[in-house]
Design a binder for this molecule. Structure first.
Ligand code: TMP
Length: 210
């Protein structure tokens, strides 16, 4: 059985991850690779339902730890039900957000502590860390500008946070990158979709050759 590759994609709001991963999937499939494109929180029925609870803009009283636990629960179910079988089948799994989002958003930006949030996620993932993570680097100001310009996008509870929160998310990602310098590869997300896709594919190809 060939070994699959688990690649996660991370970054602040508006960094263009979702558009770029869709392009990456197309390109990799045209080269003959089998690719599963999925996202967190969500990707399967149970986790999409948890996503609905977490991101509902009406849930303004949600406690930070509740939020962190719900993300971890959705992650667990998605990993077992969707990611693991695809990896066992030898596929490339491109996952839009994973554990680093929880470390940056709940651990740092919400102030729960990166180590605390790591602990509950360790329980959820049982050491199934990604082979590599692509970090889409974009300033929070630029990200928010892009979101404001994209009128068709769903507005979720976390989008309602102010600029200070998004600056903390950005800062959180810098701390996490410093913790995992081998795994996390940084991409300049300020370029065109074509340029960012090409940079991302270059990194993925190097991982596939490993
Ligand atoms: P999305 O907009 O990339 O689909 O992500 C949904 C929101 O959930 C986004 O604001 C980031 C946030 N999020 C966390 O706060 N923690 C997590 O663990 C994950 C996966 C997402």
């Amino acid at each position: 059985m060939s070994k699959g590759r688990f690649i996660t994609v991370e970054g602040p709001e508006g960094a263009g991850k979702t558009t770029v991963v869709a392009e990456m999937k197309k390109q990799l499939e045209s080269e003959g690779f089998e690719v599963l494109l999925t996202r967190e929180p969500g990707g399967i029925d149970i986790a999409e339902k948890i996503r609905g609870i977490i991101l509902n803009p009406d849930h303004t009283t949600m406690d930070g730890r509740t939020e962190a636990l719900l993300y971890a629960a959705a992650r667990r179910q998605h990993l077992v039900e969707r990611v693991k079988p695809a990896l066992e089948a030898g596929k490339i799994v491109l996952c839009d957000r994973f554990i680093d989002s929880s470390l940056a958003y709940q651990g740092h930006a919400r102030g729960l502590g990166i180590d605390e949030v790591w602990k509950i996620n360790e329980f959820a993932i049982e050491s199934m860390m990604p082979d590599a993570t692509l970090y889409f680097d974009l300033s929070p100001e630029e990200g928010m500008k892009r979101i404001a310009a994209n009128k068709g996008r769903e507005v979720n509870r976390l989008d309602l946070e102010g600029m200070a929160f998004h600056e903390k998310v950005y800062e959180g990602y810098q701390l996490i990158k410093a913790r995992f310098p081998e795994r996390i590869k940084t991409l300049d997300a300020s370029g065109t979709v074509e340029a960012v896709t090409s940079d991302a594919l270059q990194i993925v190809r190097a991982i596939l050759e490993d």
